[in-house]
Design a protein around this ligand. Structure first.
Ligand code: CP3
Length: 354
């Protein structure tokens, strides 16, 4: 029988600085529309938020990729936009269009966000975390594997992007204009997001999350000066608060498209693992990051769509580039809905046999 101790799980060993070979693997957005069993559950709900706030169903879809592929992690099924929703901003997901929120562009809109609402609003999400953790502990007792439960939130800057823009955008021009032109106002929003993200992630950890990840998908749209303030400093505040309270729970940061700022991000945020995006050359990224810090990534989701020799070649290059240092194999961005699940199975088999 295996010991149910935190240090037995591969992902926790890697985040503790150990070069585990072959590396553990999970995939960003691994629970989603590319899986027929996800689409079947999703079809029973009226909207995406109904799925996120139904603990039994959300726990079920969280576990689906663990059961099908034997992933080394289960990532909580939820969304980064649950936090603005918990702060009182309306949110809906239009079919095939992505998230839609009433844009916040002034002081009144920022003042209306209610930090005291968060604790109550996130209750169903925390119940999902408890259900998934219980199911994973049960799987481990039964000898069915040792998946690590990853909780998450959006990073304040990326969440602010959607809140101010009112949804997705190519450029996030309103956000960047506010950050440059009305820095005091933007700082008020960022402070509220830092505070409520600490509340949200602390609650996920208390409910059973063993690792937490911060998704900063739009970090790369900022100039270096603003990147330091709104990506590095904001992340550092969250990590410091979490680590003082939960010193054994590692934090993974994903500063997508950070480019030349990656080294500063790794050195100055206090994180234990850094997720690198598809554009990062793994060898160069590794040189910018302390040798004991875990790197997560960074297969192109389109290589996974293509499958075959292209997929094998891309995955092998990443495995070899990061061999000998702490690495968690993952994608460089979320899995795409058109991905063939057989390609995912082939990738996992390739990594296990490395
Ligand atoms: O990784 C997982 O399996 C856990 C769940 C998860 C979702 N979103 C579920 C989801 C996670 C970790 C996220 C993070 C997220 N959400 C990010 C950061 C990562 C990234 O991709 O950059 C961002 C920017 C969002 C915001 C968001 N949510 C967008 C832009 C969209 C629409 C685009 C799309 O892919 O559909 C969503 C919806 C969403 N979040 C879906 C899922 C499974 C699809 C909705 C559906 O099934 O109807």
């Amino acid at each position: 029988m295996t010991t149910v101790g935190p240090m037995t799980k591969k992902i926790l060993r890697v985040l503790d600085g150990e070069a585990v070979w072959p590396p553990p693997v999970w995939l960003m957005r691994q629970a989603g529309r590319f899986l027929p069993e996800y689409r079947a559950v999703r079809a029973t709900t009226t909207g995406f938020m109904d799925l996120c706030t139904n603990p039994e169903l959300a726990a079920e879809v969280t576990l689906q990729p663990v059961r099908r592929f034997g992933m080394d992690a289960a990532i909580l099924f939820s969304d980064i936009l649950v936090l603005p929703w918990a702060l009182g901003q309306d949110l809906r997901f239009a079919e095939g269009e992505g998230p839609i929120l009433p844009p916040i562009r002034d002081a009144a809109g920022i003042d209306a966000l209610d930090v005291t609402r968060v604790r109550g609003a996130i209750r169903p999400i925390l119940e999902t975390v408890r259900l998934v953790r219980a199911a994973l502990d049960e799987r481990q007792r039964e000898g069915e594997g040792e998946a690590t439960l990853i909780g998450f939130a959006g990073s304040p800057f990326t969440v602010a992007c959607y809140m101010i823009e009112g949804g997705g955008s190519k450029e996030f021009a309103h956000v960047r204009a506010m950050a440059h032109g009305q820095p005091e106002l933007f700082a008020v929003l960022m402070d509220k997001l830092v505070t409520s993200t600490i509340t949200y992630l602390s609650a996920q950890i208390l409910a059973g999350a063993e690792v937490v990840m911060l998704f900063d998908s739009w970090a790369g749209v900022l100039s270096p000066h603003l990147f330091r303030t709104h990506v590095i400093e904001a992340t550092a505040k969250i990590v410091a608060a979490l680590r003082s309270r939960f010193p054994r729970v590692p934090v993974i940061g994903f500063p997508r498209l950070a480019g030349m700022m990656l080294g500063e991000y790794a050195a100055n945020t206090g994180i234990q693992g850094v997720a690198i995006d598809t554009s990062a050359e793994p060898g160069y990224a590794a040189a910018m990051i302390p040798a004991t810090m875990a790197i997560q990534g960074n297969l192109d989701p389109l290589a996974l769509v293509a499958g075959g020799a292209a997929l094998t070649r891309e995955a092998e290059a990443i495995l070899q580039a990061l061999k000998g240092r702490p690495h968690i194999f993952n994608l460089g961005h979320g899995i795409l809905p058109q991905t063939n699940p057989e390609h995912v199975a082939a990738l996992i088999a390739q990594i296990r046999a490395a």
